[in-house]
Design a binder for this molecule. Structure first.
Ligand SMILES: Nc1ncnc2c1ncn2[C@@H]1O[C@H](COP(=O)(O)OP(=O)(O)OP(=O)(O)O)[C@@H](O)[C@H]1O
Length: 306
């Protein structure tokens, strides 16, 4: 295996925020199978056999080729499968031990409003084009009790700064179309953080960005989830992204998990032929994004953010 990996490229075995990975699971997925309708009479077995655990404070990755079932697994955990009576879900998804498969829509809404935020690839589809971005972050903020305008503003700016928006007061006044792709994705991250969820599910969040901006946005995401003690589920076809972010990784193929383990072991000593093939298809895991983290952070701070 000729893949080059350095320890600095890898997420490492233990979360940077010091939360012990051996604690009780935040999310436990067991025997998950999802069948989706694809036409009036046709359907596809999108997920066939997934067992997955996310512990508090852990950063977990799912990798695999296009169509392997990564997104549908993430969407099932967030309760965001297509709305159709013909969607069939079997198995178990628990949040802190509470079964969610078959739970009423209200319980899922509760999970999404307080426990799980999802970040997708295309921020423009999720941002309100007619609302200033500061207001959109403000609406996501969970607050108990009353607060002054100044306190609310400070809170909004602090989430924007955590997401890597260096001049939050200026950015907050803008509409989404006035921002670059990288800044829009950072706004989406700020909105996700503002909900103070226990888990952020990021589905190819930076795939549409150029490689340098991608590295900066990912570094901000990593730092902010660690700082706030959140768990992260990173879904990506880009092994370098997962190598740079995640403590553990699940490799999916054809709707099933074929290999799992700590990121370093799986990416340096893959046991399954499928994982070995995936790794061979990547020229070097040290690039394009992994190795850029340190440099990009320096660039980011000198230029004021992507
Ligand atoms: N809304 C949908 N309706 C019907 N089938 C779908 C839907 N979304 C995904 N699928 C199918 O489910 C299977 C798994 O798709 P999924 O999006 O989870 O793959 P993926 O690994 O995330 O791929 P990609 O990286 O391309 O997004 C594929 O066969 C896909 O065509």
């Amino acid at each position: 295996m000729s893949v080059e990996l350095s320890d600095s490229t890898l997420g490492g075995g233990s979360p940077a925020n010091g939360v012990a990975p051996s604690g009780g699971a935040l999310v436990e997925v067991k025997g998950l199978a999802v069948r989706l309708p694809t036409g009036p009479k046709d359907s596809v077995q999108a997920v066939r056999s997934v067992n997955l655990t996310i512990r508090p404070g852990e950063r977990v990755g799912i990798v695999g080729e296009s169509g392997s079932g990564k997104s549908i697994t993430g969407r099932t955990i967030a309760g965001l499968l297509p709305e159709s009576k013909r969607v069939q879900v079997a198995g178990s998804v628990t949040f802190r031990g509470k079964e969610m498969i078959g739970a009423p829509a209200k319980e899922w809404r509760d999970i999404r409003s307080r426990r799980v935020s999802m970040i997708f690839q295309d921020p423009l589809s999720f941002l309100n084009p007619t609302m200033r971005v500061g207001r959109q972050v403000q609406e996501a903020c969970r607050r108990e009790g009353s607060a002054s305008r100044q306190e609310i503003r400070d809170e909004v700016y602090s989430f924007m700064e955590l997401a890597g928006l260096a001049q939050p007061a200026e950015v907050a006044r803008k509409f989404p179309f006035e921002l670059s792709g990288g800044m829009r994705q950072r706004v989406l991250i700020a909105i996700a953080l503002a909900k103070r969820p226990e888990l952020i599910i990021a589905d190819e969040p930076t795939t549409a960005l150029d490689v340098t901006v991608q590295a900066r946005v990912l570094a901000s995401l990593k730092r902010s989830v660690d700082e706030l003690g959140m768990s992260l589920l990173m879904i990506s076809h880009d092994l370098a992204v997962v190598a740079g972010l995640c403590d553990r990784v699940y490799v999916m193929c054809d709707g099933a998990v074929v290999e799992e383990g700590d990121t370093h072991s799986v990416f340096t000593e893959p046991k399954e032929a499928y994982t070995q093939g995936l790794l061979r298809s990547v020229r070097s895991l040290s690039s394009p994004t992994g190795e850029l983290y340190a440099d990009s952070e320096r660039q980011s701070s000198s230029r004021g953010g992507a």
